[in-house]
Ligand binder design. Sequence first.
Ligand code: T1G
Ligand code: NAD
Length: 685
Amino acid sequence: MTVTIIRENAIAVVTVDNPPVNALSQTLRQALVDAVAELDADAAVRAVVLICAGRTFIAGADVSEFGKPPQPPHLPDVVASIESAKKPWVAAIHGSALGGGLEVALGCAYRVAVPSASLGLPEVKLGIIPGAGGTVRLPRLIAPAAAVDLVTSGNPVGAKKAVALGLIDAVIDGDLRSGAIAFANDVAEKPLPQPISRRAVPLVDAGFWENAEKAVAAKAKREAAPLKALASIRNASETNFADAMAFERETFLELRGSSQAAALRHVFFAERAAPRPPELTGVAPRGIRSAAVIGGGTMGAGIAAALRDACLPVVLVERDTAAVERGLANIHAIYEGSVKRGRMMQAVADERMAGVIGGDDYGLLADTDLVIEAVFEDLSVKRAVFAKLSDICRSDAVLATNTSYLDPRLIGEGLAQPERFLGLHFFSPAHVMKLLEIVPTETTAPEVLATGFALARLLGKVPVRAGICDGFIGNRIVKVTRAQAERLLLSGATPSAVDAAMRAFGLPMGPFEAQDLGGLDIAAFQRKAARTRGETPFAPVAERLCAIERYGQKSGGGWYDYQSGDRTPKPSETVVAIIAEVAAGRPQRAWDEMSITDAIILPMVNEATRILEERVALRSADIDLVKIHGYGFPRWRGGPMHYAEARGLAEVVAVLDRLAAEGLAEPPCEGLRRPAERRHAISPS
Ligand code: T1G
Ligand code: NAD
């Protein structure tokens, strides 16, 4: 049963039970409309409490129904029927009231919530706008500026803020059901409040909408939904309720079928599937109650902060006392930064720091559940660390390396109980970036692998399993991005044209600006290692830049010139001259924005397909998550694999073939060619 009704004297309690998140399926929508009719007809009922079973209030429309034609009753009609009920309905909220869930609550005469509840309209994160009155009722209930913020950001607010905004009427401490029944008994005595739909939108200051448009456009970049959501709120404040509802619905249906919405839905489900890979079903992770990090440099400090943010006690081990101090100072700087930016209270920062113990004595690790190594990227240094851990740590402690490029099998070689060892590849800054590549070796026990995934959940990270190869999934694809970017330079494009095209595609930064920021020396070091393995990495211009110590911003110049104290990249005469020298004799061509992005993104897809064929990644959606959460690939494009599918694999193969014929990319691999040909064969001519 999705809805049950129990009478508690004059109060009817309507309980929604549609696991896992009480999403508004067709059956639930119908059951709610039926409940209104039944309770309107029941003279003994004076007020109604709408409450949910399970972990949350209604979390919204059923996203899995979005690809299908909408079935009646439509949600706006469900909300309207609750709003026009003859008795006051009280929404009793725990967990999350999101999207359609909040819209249902806005149809109710009153809203109450437990302190831990959160409320929001996250539709823009799915490439759509609220479709059941969210943009129309919200500005009739709370201040227009707050409504704009909630709807265009998609971020939820907690119960405390919701009361302050006027979004809910009361916070219920203690048992929600009995508190809501008491509230309902109270309001049953009062006249029904004016339905939100009949209230007026308060007037706004001159220029309010124009300023909001500017601010939202600047944040949204090329995402369509936030500006459309704003337009719908503005319209709702300038027209009557019925016209505003029609405008909202029309925009909602138009966006629902858009490519951005399809991409964002794909990412939504990929993110939810990632923490629970089917191959680990039934495998119980080991418990993690304490953690340690070896090495307190850039990564170690970030990892320690991520662990502390999940409330784990952390031990930080460094080489000597001076290094311990530096490591602790690095963690401290992370928290100070959060306090300065207003993201954290000083007391919280102090509490986080107080939970870190620093030392140079590995004996501190004798009873730690999880140890993550983040020392220099040097095989012998790492092996020496694991030899010590092997002796000191409990035999069931999970031991992990954060290596970027080294082979984890060589790092963990000789370890006692090798089943407890794996790679946990964090991304910089580790307390911010959401991606965690989890790299098992042949000897890693399933429950240790499952512990990696459980850790990701605990830290709020997006876990992706990666097989062993140079750079795992993410950095292996980056190598192709960089090689392609250089191929473009040698055939007529400039660094700034390439960077601008990639930014226009939706990346936060182009490949050359990014290298200047991170430093060209790191990649040079890796190419050197690759050459010793007999590989032939392609970076002729980057090699020349490193030879004259143009390492990027830190050396005052790299792919661009920088004036001191200014991070703005300026085109460099020196670089132009080097490119011309290296490119001498190569055919030159004109590059527009689209052909530049094709020459970078499609070879990435080609490499990613090889990665899938080799089972270094298990699912194509995993590759999308890696690029989105580790490298800033635009979410609304769904990741490179979704982008390629949406573009059409036949076209992807054709473009790669053309590039390959000009010597500007590798030819498409069989894994791309096969499905492209199959789909071509079955598609109607
Ligand atoms: N529809 C369908 N399935 C959903 C779902 C939804 N809205 N939300 C979650 N699931 C599935 C999810 O795939 C997973 O499935 C399981 O539920 C548990 O999710 C008309 C247009 C509520 C905070 O965007 O934010 O309303 O993997 O792992 O960590 O205006 O789920 O178990 O098979 O995330 O406890 C707006 C999205 C829709 C809410 C709970 N609503 N959900 O977090 O569980 S648009 C949202 C969440 C809309 C109206 C419109 C979270 C959560 P499986 P989980 P959780
Ligand atoms: P870093 O040079 O900033 O820090 C390394 C730290 O390890 C130093 O503080 C050093 O004192 C300490 N250290 C060295 N030997 C030690 C030992 N025997 N015992 C204890 N501490 C020791 O380096 P980083 O950038 O933090 O990188 C660390 C690891 O993380 C490397 O394997 C790197 O490849 C990997 N990684 C780096 C990034 C990145 O963007 N920087 C991203 C992902 C992974």
